[in-house]
Design a protein around this ligand. Structure first.
Ligand SMILES: [Zn+2]
Length: 237
């Protein structure tokens, strides 16, 4: 039988190993400057004080996570003639994978809800042609969008050509059902525009290179995205 103390010890050992792997500076992990290297340091994480030290050092080392509330909608019409083929589970999975991409900037998309939403068929037909103004005009009048968040994503069957689009100044994005690149990349790329980032043609491995599966963010892009994200959270944008 595994005692709770054994479990705690295993957890702390795993945590210590992870922190060591993550190149956290050894002095921050060692409980005191007189402690001999690794084995002694790890054996001592059993006590409460060193484990607190571990938590503290991890918090200090890792940049604070910025959490952005996001709501996601799968758009359908009454007759299903233009409805998206995506499922709620699929969209949740896309967001989980998009969060892996955004973790490199210390940004988390905090999913508030994922739901299907029926809107008038003519609006979906317009969206399928890449025309979004009717949707924004009718929102709140011809149909309501429940549970809006700071950022809102709409998954639709088609958007008239591109994989995704983030109409400027709306804090919303649209993603088509069958993009030419990975789903999580499309969603992450559109969110990057909402967070103030622009296209680059430097490197196909980058998230901001159009039409590829690139997912990397430069340090500068991460700084800009975090700055804009903070602005959104405090309401200055
Ligand atoms: Zn783009």
């Amino acid at each position: 039988m595994m005692t709770s103390m054994t479990k705690t010890l295993l957890f702390l050992l795993t945590l210590a190993a992870l922190l060591l792997t993550a190149c956290i500076a050894p002095p921050a992990i060692a409980p005191s400057t007189t402690a001999p290297p690794s084995t002694e340091a790890i054996s001592r994480v059993d006590g409460p004080a060193p484990s607190d030290d571990l938590k503290t050092s991890a918090t200090v080392q890792v940049t604070a996570l910025i959490s952005l509330p996001i709501s996601l909608y799968i758009l359908d019409d009454e007759t299903d003639a233009h409805s998206s083929a995506r499922t709620v589970e699929e969209v949740k999975r896309i967001l989980a994978n998009a969060n892996e991409i955004w973790s490199q900037a210390g940004i988390e998309l905090d999913v508030q809800n994922v739901q299907r939403l029926i809107i008038p068929a003519p609006l979906l037909e317009e969206i399928a042609q890449g025309e979004f103004s009717g949707f924004f005009r009718a929102a709140g009048i011809d149909f309501s969008i429940p549970d809006l968040s700071l950022i809102n994503g709409f998954y639709v069957r088609a958007i008239g050509g591109p994989n995704g689009i983030a109409p400027s100044g709306t804090r919303t994005f649209f993603v088509m059902d069958e993009p030419s690149v990975h789903d999580e990349r499309v969603t992450s790329h559109e969110v990057s525009h909402i967070l103030g980032l622009h296209h680059t043609l430097d490197d196909r491995g980058r998230l901001l290179y159009p039409g590829t599966n690139g997912t990397s963010l430069t340090d500068e892009e991460s700084v800009v995205a975090r700055y804009v994200a903070q602005g959104l959270l405090t309401g200055v944008r």
